[in-house]
Design a binder for this molecule. Structure first.
Ligand code: AMP
Length: 361
Protein backbone atom coordinates (compact mmCIF):
# COMPACT_ATOMS: atom_id res chain seq x y z
CA UNK A 1 0.00 0.00 0.00
CA UNK A 2 1.24 3.47 -0.86
CA UNK A 3 1.60 5.32 2.42
CA UNK A 4 0.28 8.76 3.19
CA UNK A 5 3.88 9.83 3.84
CA UNK A 6 4.82 8.88 0.25
CA UNK A 7 1.86 10.88 -1.07
CA UNK A 8 2.76 13.89 1.05
CA UNK A 9 6.40 13.70 -0.10
CA UNK A 10 5.19 13.72 -3.70
CA UNK A 11 2.86 16.63 -2.92
CA UNK A 12 5.71 18.60 -1.37
CA UNK A 13 7.77 18.10 -4.52
CA UNK A 14 4.93 19.64 -6.56
CA UNK A 15 4.75 23.22 -7.70
CA UNK A 16 1.44 23.81 -5.93
CA UNK A 17 0.77 26.95 -7.96
CA UNK A 18 0.65 24.79 -11.08
CA UNK A 19 -1.60 21.92 -10.09
CA UNK A 20 -3.12 19.93 -12.95
CA UNK A 21 -6.38 18.05 -12.41
CA UNK A 22 -6.35 14.68 -14.12
CA UNK A 23 -8.63 11.72 -14.60
CA UNK A 24 -9.43 8.83 -16.93
CA UNK A 25 -11.50 9.76 -19.96
CA UNK A 26 -14.84 8.16 -19.09
CA UNK A 27 -17.63 8.12 -16.45
CA UNK A 28 -17.67 11.68 -15.02
CA UNK A 29 -14.54 13.08 -16.68
CA UNK A 30 -16.35 15.93 -18.48
CA UNK A 31 -17.88 16.97 -15.16
CA UNK A 32 -14.50 16.86 -13.40
CA UNK A 33 -12.60 18.69 -16.17
CA UNK A 34 -15.19 21.42 -16.64
CA UNK A 35 -15.20 22.04 -12.89
CA UNK A 36 -11.41 22.14 -12.79
CA UNK A 37 -11.25 24.61 -15.70
CA UNK A 38 -13.84 26.85 -14.06
CA UNK A 39 -11.72 26.96 -10.92
CA UNK A 40 -8.63 27.85 -12.95
CA UNK A 41 -6.77 24.50 -13.17
CA UNK A 42 -5.15 22.89 -16.19
CA UNK A 43 -6.51 19.44 -16.98
CA UNK A 44 -5.10 16.17 -18.30
CA UNK A 45 -7.20 13.35 -19.70
CA UNK A 46 -5.87 9.79 -19.97
CA UNK A 47 -8.16 8.13 -22.48
CA UNK A 48 -8.64 5.46 -25.08
CA UNK A 49 -8.54 6.29 -28.76
CA UNK A 50 -12.21 5.54 -29.23
CA UNK A 51 -13.19 8.13 -26.60
CA UNK A 52 -10.82 10.88 -27.78
CA UNK A 53 -13.58 12.48 -29.85
CA UNK A 54 -15.50 13.29 -26.65
CA UNK A 55 -12.64 15.25 -25.12
CA UNK A 56 -11.93 17.02 -28.39
CA UNK A 57 -15.52 18.06 -29.06
CA UNK A 58 -16.09 19.32 -25.52
CA UNK A 59 -13.05 21.54 -24.95
CA UNK A 60 -12.36 20.79 -21.29
CA UNK A 61 -9.15 18.74 -21.41
CA UNK A 62 -5.97 20.77 -21.98
CA UNK A 63 -4.01 17.62 -22.68
CA UNK A 64 -5.08 14.20 -23.90
CA UNK A 65 -2.88 11.15 -23.40
CA UNK A 66 -3.99 8.13 -25.39
CA UNK A 67 -3.65 4.63 -23.90
CA UNK A 68 -4.75 1.19 -25.09
CA UNK A 69 -5.72 0.13 -21.60
CA UNK A 70 -6.58 2.20 -18.51
CA UNK A 71 -4.13 0.03 -16.54
CA UNK A 72 -1.35 1.98 -18.29
CA UNK A 73 -2.05 4.65 -15.69
CA UNK A 74 0.13 2.51 -13.43
CA UNK A 75 3.17 2.53 -15.76
CA UNK A 76 6.26 4.25 -14.42
CA UNK A 77 6.60 6.60 -17.40
CA UNK A 78 2.94 7.58 -17.24
CA UNK A 79 3.27 8.36 -13.54
CA UNK A 80 6.40 10.40 -14.27
CA UNK A 81 4.55 12.49 -16.87
CA UNK A 82 1.67 13.11 -14.47
CA UNK A 83 4.05 13.94 -11.66
CA UNK A 84 5.93 16.47 -13.82
CA UNK A 85 2.64 18.24 -14.35
CA UNK A 86 1.87 18.34 -10.62
CA UNK A 87 -1.20 16.21 -11.19
CA UNK A 88 -3.89 15.44 -8.65
CA UNK A 89 -6.03 12.59 -9.97
CA UNK A 90 -9.76 12.53 -9.31
CA UNK A 91 -10.90 8.89 -9.11
CA UNK A 92 -14.28 7.82 -10.50
CA UNK A 93 -16.06 4.53 -11.18
CA UNK A 94 -13.77 3.54 -14.05
CA UNK A 95 -10.74 3.57 -11.74
CA UNK A 96 -12.12 0.72 -9.65
CA UNK A 97 -13.56 -1.10 -12.63
CA UNK A 98 -10.64 -0.91 -15.09
CA UNK A 99 -7.48 -0.14 -13.11
CA UNK A 100 -8.49 -2.24 -10.11
CA UNK A 101 -8.86 -1.10 -6.53
CA UNK A 102 -5.86 -3.06 -5.27
CA UNK A 103 -3.69 -1.67 -8.06
CA UNK A 104 -4.76 1.86 -7.20
CA UNK A 105 -4.07 1.44 -3.50
CA UNK A 106 -0.76 -0.37 -3.97
CA UNK A 107 0.76 1.06 -7.13
CA UNK A 108 -0.66 4.45 -8.04
CA UNK A 109 1.78 6.93 -6.55
CA UNK A 110 0.06 10.05 -7.85
CA UNK A 111 -1.92 11.96 -5.21
CA UNK A 112 -5.62 11.11 -5.41
CA UNK A 113 -8.37 13.49 -4.38
CA UNK A 114 -10.16 11.71 -1.53
CA UNK A 115 -9.36 8.80 0.75
CA UNK A 116 -7.99 5.92 -1.33
CA UNK A 117 -8.57 3.38 1.42
CA UNK A 118 -12.32 3.92 1.20
CA UNK A 119 -12.26 2.88 -2.45
CA UNK A 120 -11.51 -0.55 -1.09
CA UNK A 121 -14.36 -0.41 1.42
CA UNK A 122 -16.84 0.46 -1.29
CA UNK A 123 -15.85 -2.35 -3.65
CA UNK A 124 -16.34 -5.09 -1.08
CA UNK A 125 -20.04 -5.70 -0.41
CA UNK A 126 -19.48 -7.08 3.07
CA UNK A 127 -17.33 -4.18 4.32
CA UNK A 128 -19.73 -1.80 2.67
CA UNK A 129 -22.71 -3.29 4.54
CA UNK A 130 -20.81 -3.08 7.80
CA UNK A 131 -20.06 0.59 7.20
CA UNK A 132 -23.69 1.46 6.38
CA UNK A 133 -25.13 -0.61 9.23
CA UNK A 134 -22.81 0.94 11.78
CA UNK A 135 -23.90 4.33 10.49
CA UNK A 136 -27.41 3.36 11.57
CA UNK A 137 -28.94 3.04 8.09
CA UNK A 138 -31.61 0.50 7.14
CA UNK A 139 -30.37 -2.06 4.63
CA UNK A 140 -32.24 -4.66 2.57
CA UNK A 141 -31.90 -8.20 3.95
CA UNK A 142 -29.36 -10.44 2.22
CA UNK A 143 -29.55 -14.19 1.48
CA UNK A 144 -26.62 -16.60 1.64
CA UNK A 145 -27.87 -19.10 -0.90
CA UNK A 146 -30.56 -19.27 -3.62
CA UNK A 147 -32.19 -22.01 -1.51
CA UNK A 148 -32.93 -19.43 1.20
CA UNK A 149 -34.95 -17.15 -1.10
CA UNK A 150 -38.37 -16.59 0.51
CA UNK A 151 -39.36 -13.26 -1.06
CA UNK A 152 -38.59 -11.04 -4.02
CA UNK A 153 -34.79 -10.72 -4.34
CA UNK A 154 -32.43 -9.00 -6.74
CA UNK A 155 -29.37 -10.99 -7.83
CA UNK A 156 -26.23 -8.86 -8.16
CA UNK A 157 -22.69 -9.53 -9.29
CA UNK A 158 -19.35 -8.15 -8.13
CA UNK A 159 -17.59 -5.25 -9.74
CA UNK A 160 -19.02 -2.18 -11.36
CA UNK A 161 -20.93 -3.91 -14.13
CA UNK A 162 -23.38 -1.00 -14.18
CA UNK A 163 -26.29 -3.26 -13.22
CA UNK A 164 -25.65 -5.51 -16.25
CA UNK A 165 -27.10 -8.97 -15.81
CA UNK A 166 -28.88 -8.23 -12.52
CA UNK A 167 -32.19 -10.05 -12.30
CA UNK A 168 -35.12 -10.60 -9.96
CA UNK A 169 -36.33 -13.93 -8.55
CA UNK A 170 -38.83 -14.95 -5.90
CA UNK A 171 -37.80 -18.55 -5.21
CA UNK A 172 -34.89 -20.96 -5.70
CA UNK A 173 -36.69 -22.32 -8.76
CA UNK A 174 -37.19 -18.96 -10.47
CA UNK A 175 -33.61 -18.04 -9.55
CA UNK A 176 -32.11 -21.03 -11.38
CA UNK A 177 -34.38 -20.54 -14.38
CA UNK A 178 -33.44 -16.89 -14.74
CA UNK A 179 -29.74 -17.46 -14.08
CA UNK A 180 -29.74 -19.97 -16.93
CA UNK A 181 -31.45 -17.49 -19.21
CA UNK A 182 -28.96 -14.71 -18.31
CA UNK A 183 -26.04 -17.07 -19.00
CA UNK A 184 -27.52 -18.03 -22.35
CA UNK A 185 -28.03 -14.40 -23.31
CA UNK A 186 -24.40 -13.67 -22.41
CA UNK A 187 -25.26 -11.09 -19.72
CA UNK A 188 -23.38 -13.02 -17.04
CA UNK A 189 -20.67 -15.70 -16.79
CA UNK A 190 -20.46 -18.85 -14.69
CA UNK A 191 -17.88 -17.04 -12.57
CA UNK A 192 -20.36 -14.20 -11.92
CA UNK A 193 -22.84 -16.77 -10.64
CA UNK A 194 -20.32 -18.11 -8.17
CA UNK A 195 -19.91 -14.64 -6.66
CA UNK A 196 -23.54 -13.75 -6.58
CA UNK A 197 -25.05 -11.38 -4.02
CA UNK A 198 -28.73 -11.93 -3.22
CA UNK A 199 -30.52 -8.97 -1.77
CA UNK A 200 -34.15 -8.42 -0.76
CA UNK A 201 -35.84 -6.45 -3.53
CA UNK A 202 -37.37 -3.37 -1.93
CA UNK A 203 -40.44 -2.13 -3.77
CA UNK A 204 -40.21 1.62 -3.96
CA UNK A 205 -38.51 4.36 -5.94
CA UNK A 206 -34.78 4.90 -6.32
CA UNK A 207 -33.27 8.12 -5.03
CA UNK A 208 -29.52 8.72 -5.14
CA UNK A 209 -28.48 11.78 -3.11
CA UNK A 210 -25.16 13.26 -4.20
CA UNK A 211 -23.14 14.49 -1.24
CA UNK A 212 -19.85 16.27 -0.73
CA UNK A 213 -17.96 16.26 2.54
CA UNK A 214 -15.41 19.00 3.08
CA UNK A 215 -12.74 18.23 5.67
CA UNK A 216 -11.87 21.94 5.53
CA UNK A 217 -15.29 23.09 6.75
CA UNK A 218 -16.46 19.88 8.42
CA UNK A 219 -19.80 20.07 6.57
CA UNK A 220 -21.70 17.46 4.57
CA UNK A 221 -23.23 19.25 1.57
CA UNK A 222 -26.16 17.90 -0.43
CA UNK A 223 -25.35 18.97 -3.99
CA UNK A 224 -27.81 17.01 -6.09
CA UNK A 225 -29.97 13.94 -6.51
CA UNK A 226 -30.54 11.55 -9.36
CA UNK A 227 -31.98 8.23 -10.40
CA UNK A 228 -30.84 5.94 -13.18
CA UNK A 229 -32.32 5.12 -16.54
CA UNK A 230 -31.91 1.37 -16.80
CA UNK A 231 -32.30 -0.89 -19.80
CA UNK A 232 -34.40 -2.94 -19.94
CA UNK A 233 -36.26 -2.55 -16.66
CA UNK A 234 -37.32 1.04 -17.36
CA UNK A 235 -38.98 0.02 -20.61
CA UNK A 236 -41.21 -2.69 -19.14
CA UNK A 237 -43.99 -0.23 -18.30
CA UNK A 238 -44.43 0.56 -22.00
CA UNK A 239 -45.54 -2.98 -22.75
CA UNK A 240 -49.07 -4.03 -21.73
CA UNK A 241 -49.21 -6.78 -19.09
CA UNK A 242 -50.57 -9.41 -21.47
CA UNK A 243 -47.74 -8.97 -23.95
CA UNK A 244 -45.20 -8.89 -21.12
CA UNK A 245 -46.37 -12.32 -20.02
CA UNK A 246 -46.39 -13.70 -23.56
CA UNK A 247 -42.93 -12.36 -24.37
CA UNK A 248 -41.60 -13.83 -21.10
CA UNK A 249 -39.34 -10.81 -20.58
CA UNK A 250 -36.53 -11.16 -18.08
CA UNK A 251 -35.40 -7.57 -17.60
CA UNK A 252 -31.95 -6.46 -16.55
CA UNK A 253 -30.58 -3.21 -15.05
CA UNK A 254 -27.92 -1.91 -17.43
CA UNK A 255 -27.42 1.79 -16.74
CA UNK A 256 -27.86 3.91 -19.85
CA UNK A 257 -28.19 7.34 -18.26
CA UNK A 258 -29.51 9.32 -15.31
CA UNK A 259 -32.35 11.70 -14.44
CA UNK A 260 -32.17 14.58 -11.97
CA UNK A 261 -34.55 14.41 -9.00
CA UNK A 262 -35.81 16.72 -6.31
CA UNK A 263 -37.14 14.94 -3.23
CA UNK A 264 -40.12 16.15 -1.23
CA UNK A 265 -38.77 18.52 1.35
CA UNK A 266 -39.95 16.41 4.29
CA UNK A 267 -37.44 13.73 3.25
CA UNK A 268 -34.47 16.08 3.40
CA UNK A 269 -33.82 15.93 7.17
CA UNK A 270 -33.34 12.16 6.98
CA UNK A 271 -31.36 12.31 3.76
CA UNK A 272 -28.98 14.94 5.16
CA UNK A 273 -28.55 13.14 8.50
CA UNK A 274 -27.87 9.83 6.76
CA UNK A 275 -25.03 11.48 4.84
CA UNK A 276 -23.64 12.89 8.08
CA UNK A 277 -23.81 9.53 9.86
CA UNK A 278 -22.01 7.81 7.00
CA UNK A 279 -19.22 10.42 7.19
CA UNK A 280 -18.92 10.01 10.98
CA UNK A 281 -18.65 6.23 10.62
CA UNK A 282 -16.08 6.57 7.82
CA UNK A 283 -13.80 8.43 10.22
CA UNK A 284 -13.77 5.35 12.44
CA UNK A 285 -13.26 2.71 9.76
CA UNK A 286 -10.66 4.46 7.61
CA UNK A 287 -9.34 7.64 9.21
CA UNK A 288 -9.61 10.49 8.33
CA UNK A 289 -12.76 9.18 6.61
CA UNK A 290 -14.62 10.41 3.56
CA UNK A 291 -13.22 13.36 1.66
CA UNK A 292 -15.21 14.94 -1.15
CA UNK A 293 -18.01 13.35 -3.15
CA UNK A 294 -20.01 10.29 -2.19
CA UNK A 295 -23.42 8.86 -2.98
CA UNK A 296 -25.94 6.68 -1.16
CA UNK A 297 -28.15 4.47 -3.29
CA UNK A 298 -31.59 4.38 -1.75
CA UNK A 299 -35.01 2.92 -2.30
CA UNK A 300 -37.87 4.81 -0.66
CA UNK A 301 -41.09 2.87 -0.02
CA UNK A 302 -44.68 4.15 0.02
CA UNK A 303 -44.57 4.49 3.80
CA UNK A 304 -41.48 6.71 3.45
CA UNK A 305 -39.08 4.11 4.76
CA UNK A 306 -35.58 4.65 3.37
CA UNK A 307 -33.48 1.60 2.52
CA UNK A 308 -29.85 2.10 1.49
CA UNK A 309 -28.39 -0.64 -0.63
CA UNK A 310 -25.06 0.78 -1.70
CA UNK A 311 -22.49 3.54 -1.21
CA UNK A 312 -20.00 5.03 -3.63
CA UNK A 313 -17.09 6.72 -1.87
CA UNK A 314 -16.20 8.93 -4.84
CA UNK A 315 -17.86 10.94 -7.59
CA UNK A 316 -20.70 9.03 -9.26
CA UNK A 317 -21.82 9.37 -12.86
CA UNK A 318 -25.26 10.43 -11.59
CA UNK A 319 -23.70 13.75 -10.60
CA UNK A 320 -23.38 14.51 -14.32
CA UNK A 321 -27.05 15.51 -14.24
CA UNK A 322 -25.92 18.55 -12.27
CA UNK A 323 -23.21 19.83 -14.65
CA UNK A 324 -23.92 23.56 -14.64
CA UNK A 325 -26.13 23.49 -11.59
CA UNK A 326 -28.82 21.56 -9.73
CA UNK A 327 -31.54 22.80 -7.38
CA UNK A 328 -29.60 21.77 -4.27
CA UNK A 329 -26.26 23.12 -5.45
CA UNK A 330 -28.09 26.33 -6.40
CA UNK A 331 -29.61 26.61 -2.94
CA UNK A 332 -26.18 26.32 -1.37
CA UNK A 333 -23.95 28.19 -3.83
CA UNK A 334 -26.12 30.13 -6.27
CA UNK A 335 -25.38 29.74 -9.97
CA UNK A 336 -22.82 27.44 -11.48
CA UNK A 337 -21.85 24.88 -8.82
CA UNK A 338 -21.75 21.12 -9.47
CA UNK A 339 -19.78 18.11 -8.27
CA UNK A 340 -16.79 18.45 -10.62
CA UNK A 341 -16.46 22.09 -9.75
CA UNK A 342 -16.95 21.49 -6.03
CA UNK A 343 -14.00 19.07 -6.11
CA UNK A 344 -11.81 21.67 -7.83
CA UNK A 345 -13.02 24.34 -5.39
CA UNK A 346 -11.94 22.13 -2.48
CA UNK A 347 -8.49 21.62 -4.02
CA UNK A 348 -8.22 25.39 -4.52
CA UNK A 349 -9.38 26.20 -0.99
CA UNK A 350 -7.04 23.60 0.48
CA UNK A 351 -4.12 25.00 -1.50
CA UNK A 352 -4.89 28.56 -0.41
CA UNK A 353 -5.02 27.44 3.23
CA UNK A 354 -1.83 25.42 2.78
CA UNK A 355 -3.76 22.26 3.59
CA UNK A 356 -3.59 20.23 0.38
CA UNK A 357 -2.46 17.22 2.38
CA UNK A 358 -5.90 17.17 4.04
CA UNK A 359 -7.71 16.41 0.77
CA UNK A 360 -5.37 14.07 -1.11
CA UNK A 361 -4.39 10.51 -0.20
P1 AMP B 1 -26.68 -1.34 -8.16
O1 AMP B 1 -25.76 -1.75 -9.25
O2 AMP B 1 -26.49 -2.07 -6.88
O3 AMP B 1 -26.65 0.13 -7.99
O4 AMP B 1 -28.18 -1.70 -8.62
C1 AMP B 1 -28.65 -1.47 -9.92
C2 AMP B 1 -30.15 -1.18 -9.92
O5 AMP B 1 -30.87 -2.26 -9.35
C3 AMP B 1 -30.56 0.02 -9.09
O6 AMP B 1 -30.45 1.23 -9.75
C4 AMP B 1 -32.00 -0.31 -8.76
O7 AMP B 1 -32.88 -0.05 -9.84
C5 AMP B 1 -31.96 -1.77 -8.57
N1 AMP B 1 -31.78 -2.23 -7.18
C6 AMP B 1 -30.61 -2.60 -6.62
N2 AMP B 1 -30.78 -3.06 -5.38
C7 AMP B 1 -32.09 -3.00 -5.13
C8 AMP B 1 -32.91 -3.38 -4.00
N3 AMP B 1 -32.37 -3.94 -2.91
N4 AMP B 1 -34.23 -3.20 -4.11
C9 AMP B 1 -34.78 -2.67 -5.23
N5 AMP B 1 -34.07 -2.31 -6.31
C10 AMP B 1 -32.74 -2.47 -6.28
Amino acid sequence: MITKTEIDTMLNSYDQNKITVGTLGSHSALNIFKGAKEEGFDTVCVCKKKSEIVYKRFPVADQIIIVDDFKELLNENMQTILKQQNTILVPHGSFNAYVGTKNIIDNLKIPLFGNRELLYWETDRETQRKWLKNAGLTLPKTFESPDDIDRLVIAKFPGAMGGKGYFIADSAKSFHKKAKDMLKRGHITQQNLENIHLQEYVVGVNVYPLYFYSPLTGEVELLGMDRRYESTVDSIGKIPANEQLQANINPTYTVVGNFPIVARESLLPDIIRMGENVVEESKKIAPPGLIGPFCLEMVITDDMKIYTFEISARIVAGSNVGIGTSPYAYLKYGEGMYMGRRIAREIKNAKEQDMLEKVVY
